[in-house]
Design a protein around this ligand. Sequence first.
Ligand code: FES
Length: 224
Amino acid sequence: VGPLVLKAQNVLLKKHLQRQASRLGLRFDELIDSSQKAPQMLVAELEQPGVLEEISAWKEKWPECFVVLSVTEPDKELWIAAETAGADLVANRGALPRLVHDRLKLLQQGRMLVKKKVLEKAKPVMNQGDGLIGRLPDSTEDPIAVFKWKDKVCAVRDICPHAGFSLADGAFDPENGTITCPEHGSRFQVCSGERLRGPADYPLKKYRAFENGGEITVEIEQDG
Ligand code: FES
């Protein structure tokens, strides 16, 4: 098993995680030596300031590293923001050490923890210029909307983080590539997922999407 990194502040959490790791003859390091092998697991806390930016940079550098975040608030949209940033597992602080133990065991058995990606076909939407070009209402994940903006094909979760309405039919602004929620006006950039205006508090989960000869596909994580 490669390096395991623990970036948590909570003393109890750290203690429980180290205990679970040591049951398997493993241990977490608190610092990563960049000359080392790529880390196989990172555990951090969602409440730490800047953690979402940090894990998204981390995932860019080490896409195969399994990223675990502990949370203390049962806020679904905050969890989704964590997954959007690249977290592979988000769990309550109390349940986390046990779940990490199970994942470490799988790592020891040589199993891959990061889910495989598959391409799913979107239903095309007639559109001449920029804007909505496809939808995956029944994707194996959540519903997804696909947009074209300045020759880029961008896909986002089609659920407004404010109150769960669909965004696909909201007003699209071709100037900035933004979609405005038809219900209460939250606004998002469709390629970055960034939230530009509330009342929604969080950005949109984004997906990699492709258009090839009129066929639109979206990359989705495969379960199991
Ligand atoms: S549901 Fe989108 S802003 Fe309220």
